[in-house]
Design a protein around this ligand. Sequence first.
Ligand SMILES: *Cc1c(COP(=O)(O)O)cnc(C)c1O
Length: 415
Amino acid sequence: MFTLNGKFKAFDKKVWLATPTMHGEELQWMKDAFDKNWMSTVGENINETERIVAQKAGCKYAVGLATGTAALHLAMKLAGIKRGDKVFCTDMTFSATVNPVVYEGGVPVFIDTERDTWNMDPAALEKAFEIYPEVKHIVVANLYGVPAKLDEIRKIADKHRAVIIEDAAESFGATYKGRQTGTFGDIGIISFNGNKIITGSAGGMLLTNDLAQANKARKWSTQSRENAPWYQHEELGYNYRMSNVVAGVVRGQLPHLEEHIAQKRAVYERYKEGFKGLPVTMNPYDGKNSVPNFWLSCLLIDEKAMCRQVRGETEALYIKEHGKSCPTEILETLASFNAEGRPIWKPMHMQPIYRMNPFITTEGDGRGTTNAYIAGGGVDVGADIFTRGLCLPSDNKMTEEEQQKIIEIVRACFD
Ligand SMILES: *Cc1c(COP(=O)(O)O)cnc(C)c1O
């Protein structure tokens, strides 16, 4: 089937999707925590990291937490999501965006994706409010480091007096109209998971301008102890605080955020250039209003250039066709050359766990449906991007030669 084998050898060293990039200062701050014996969830690294992140993001408070998911959970609590409440959520995203809604007993209602930035579609959101006018919460993510249509979403939220929780886990450092993502929601979160733009090995932060919220999040994250000589509890607590050692890693990474973004942008631009003439496009962004952090570079194959591909719940098949390809072929081929790509996040409304949740789309006959395939024929936007898109190896340590080879491997899939 494949003609590349004569032409290329597999990479000796695996080319990854995205891996941590350490610089040295991380070790210095970890050692500082060790030397001073602040090895727990208190210390200078946490204080400094919170201060620097808040300053960088342009918000008043940043609360250091164990993970981005923990930050989202506390955000859902702060926003007042209660058992049975419907919550409008980004559909095409990592499950960690929406699971915390369910931790609080909320019911995610998935909002279809727009094609300009691959984020929550404001038109579908508006429609969702027509169907469920009582909803008071919106969870919006900035996919792959590309800001959503945040102004339009804010306008709709304000009109319906809804609170926005912004999941900027993937978009730290990206801006929309000059302002940092993570600060457009009433509450925002970022993640320092190992494959994000900068990492603490783990970790996350909650961003807010409200001192009471910041204090609540800090208290809940440290088991909700009251001010008393003994362990006194009035509220449910969590063990969600960031470790001072993890904070040391983040502290060492922070000066390198812009450098990582520049490297990721260069990766994106080289792909864009390298795929000229192929029936594909890169993941889009609004170049007038936003500056993404280019966390992952993604590819979308033109409809007419898709070979036949069938995906079950856990397996995929495709039929090779001359001049055409599909994400399955490209991902399998990259893997055979020791390079790691990834499918687009499979939309939440297509996930077995969320299959019965409402899903709102403007495609097809315009009725919301829980199925990926719309009654009137056609497919919703999320399902379509999932079918035709993929994430390319986007590691910022990938060399230009390695990337050139990736480009040629992808090109050859269309032979
Ligand atoms: C990584 C990620 C999270 C979760 O962050 P963790 O720090 O891994 O818990 C949440 N939302 C999105 C969109 C993510 O990509």
